[in-house]
Ligand binder design. Structure first.
Ligand code: ZN
Length: 258
């Protein structure tokens, strides 16, 4: 059986002499593992489409319940992401999280769109990487069914004046009510951070990256969303610590409007 779909490579593993095993997130298919035969040979027509974070129109062939990649024609290479070490590390983190959250064979168009939009933002929009990362983290957790409760204080129901977030319980609370949310790491939020979290969780996905935070708050906010994501996945993604170590030591030009 043949199918034609559009998919992005979340993971590539070298296999045999010139093959790769690919983990792909694709339209209508969700997550799938495919074999790309001969894609590491020079001039292989599959070479471009078998690379991490490349989005292609693909033809898959199934034989005995295994998928093989037969054709791939590149739709989006995200060149700026793949040529910049820090961006590539952040993109790899997005890919690892998508692989963890997606279910084999279960269509997940919102997750695919989130990944493509986040890579596009890194590739084409001059947004701070912390902002893109925070938006990805929180939106991804909403899609995975781990939306934090952000309506009001989980204990007294009021709009918190000095908001706190219990990362384990995934609930908002006031400073004075925090003991009532049970055990778990509790982090303070500024009013702007709470507004940003609500924008990401509740807003139109098309405007996902349309919020601003002062740079010092943005860094704390990105650390907080990553901690929330790691808590929900019950592990810190391996690629996250790598991205963090790179981002800390690699100077980047300041971003206008950050
Ligand atoms: Zn309260």
């Amino acid at each position: 059986m043949h199918i034609v779909t559009r998919g992005i490579v979340l993971r590539e593993t070298q296999y045999k002499e010139s093959d790769k095993l690919l983990t792909v997130l694709a339209q209508g298919q969700g997550k799938a593992t495919l074999k790309a035969r001969g894609c590491r040979r020079k001039n292989s027509p599959l070479a471009a489409g078998s690379q991490l974070l490349v989005y292609s129109e693909m033809t898959w062939f199934s034989y005995q319940d295994r998928w093989t990649l037969q054709e791939a024609s590149t739709l989006q290479e995200f060149r700026r992401v793949r040529q910049d070490l820090v961006r590539l590390a952040l993109g790899s983190y997005f890919a690892e999280v998508c692989e963890a959250v997606a279910v084999e064979g279960e269509e997940n168009q919102p997750l695919l769109s989130l990944l493509l939009n986040s890579l596009y933002a890194m590739d084409q929009l001059d947004k701070p990487l912390d902002l893109i990362q925070a938006a990805f983290d929180l939106r991804c957790m909403v899609l995975a069914g781990y939306a934090p409760l952000l309506d009001g204080c989980a204990v007294c129901g009021r709009e918190p004046e000095e908001p706190r977030l219990n990362l384990e319980a995934g609930v908002l609370c006031c400073r004075d009510c925090q003991a009532g949310t049970g055990p778990g790491r509790i982090e303070a939020l500024t009013g702007e951070m709470l507004a940003a979290a609500r924008h990401i969780a509740w807003g139109d996905p098309k405007r996902l990256f349309s919020f601003r935070l002062p740079p010092d708050q943005l860094a704390s906010f990105a650390a907080l969303t990553a901690a929330y994501l790691s808590g929900r996945l019950e592990r810190e993604p391996r690629t996250l610590s790598f991205y963090r170590s790179l981002a800390r030591w690699t100077p980047r030009p300041p971003v206008a409007g950050a």
